[in-house]
Design a binder for this molecule. Structure first.
Ligand code: PAF
Length: 291
């Protein structure tokens, strides 16, 4: 298949290299032309998780036409400025709330597939990724887009994959987990697994996840299983991983706090629901960003 991947971060490089290795024609899209040129020359390298390999992929600043699928793996704050070729189905695997809605406005809901991945990856340097742990990637057509061709391609490249009939629920599940793990790891400068070991952080993570789940319920999403347990399991499975938010803070870059805790706060406000812990971690991460 001919697949485009927008965003040359840890996840973008991981998906690009694995899909290229499985024989797909991969096109990585990077809005920065200097970096695109270097990535094209050096390729993308994956290490960790018992593997080490480099794949050459074509890299450019704009998505070409004629792709079978376009996977969006940019930071959430870039979603509204992305440009898409006509007709290609678009799969978002980004963190945060609001990406799907932005993509639907850009290309129409019939072309949008929502996704969430539990793969854990760290960008060691430009184009070099440490794959810290494998996890399930779930996909669901937002309205009428068939997610099966995308799923088959990912499965063939070795990703553990499943289709969901409830993509909105899946996104709330992922953002609730991120709302507990990402700000705390960023504020405390610790790997995901340490949140379970520090006596104060485990209950705090639990409270953050519960606040997010309460906001989800105001939009009609109810979970028959414990999101707190899922967040704790994610910390265990990705124990060594540096969360994407901590990677951003360490690199002095903007984080996805607006699309995660910020968006939860905005929606809580609309429902007149107090979310005091989410507000505090939001303010602390905003403080880290503006140092
Ligand atoms: O954003 C991240 O880093 C990831 O979504 C997760 C699951 C927290 C693992 O590090």
């Amino acid at each position: 298949m001919k697949v485009g991947i927008m965003g040359p971060g840890a996840m973008g490089c991981l998906f690009a290299a694995r899909l290229a290795r499985a024989g797909n024609k991969v096109h990585l899209i990077d809005h920065r032309s200097d970096r695109a040129e270097r990535l094209q020359r050096r390729g993308v390298t994956i290490t960790g998780n018992g593997q080490s390999f480099t794949e050459r992929v074509s890299v450019s600043t704009q998505a070409p036409t004629g792709l079978d699928l376009l996977i969006v793996l940019t930071k959430a704050y870039h979603t509204s400025s992305l440009r898409f070729p006509p007709e290609t189905p678009v799969l978002t695997l980004q963190n945060g709330l609001g990406n799907v809605e932005t993509l639907c406005s850009a290309v129409g809901s019939a072309r949008v597939i929502a996704g969430a991945t539990s793969e854990a990856a760290t960008l060691v340097e430009e184009g070099v990724v440490r794959h810290a742990g494998s996890g399930l990637t779930r996909l669901g057509g937002w309205t009428s887009c068939n997610p099966e061709p995308a799923m088959n391609m990912l499965v063939q490249a070795g990703f553990e994959c499943a289709i969901t009939q409830a993509p909105g629920q899946m996104i709330w599940e992922k953002v609730s987990i991120n709302s507990g793990i990402n700000p705390l790891t960023a504020i405390l400068n610790v790997a995901n697994g340490q949140l379970l070991q520090l006596p104060e952080t485990r209950p705090l993570m639990r409270d953050l996840v519960v606040e997010a789940a309460k906001v989800a319920s105001t939009e009609g999403y109810r979970f028959a299983y414990s999101l707190v347990e899922l967040a704790e399991e994610t910390c265990r499975k990705t124990g060594e991983n540096i969360s994407s938010m901590l990677q951003d803070v360490r690199a002095g870059k903007q984080t996805e706090i607006e699309a995660i805790s910020g968006e939860i706060l905005r929606r809580a406000q609309l429902a007149s629901l107090p979310t005091p812990r989410t507000r505090v971690v939001y303010q602390l991460v905003r403080g880290l960003e503006s140092r």
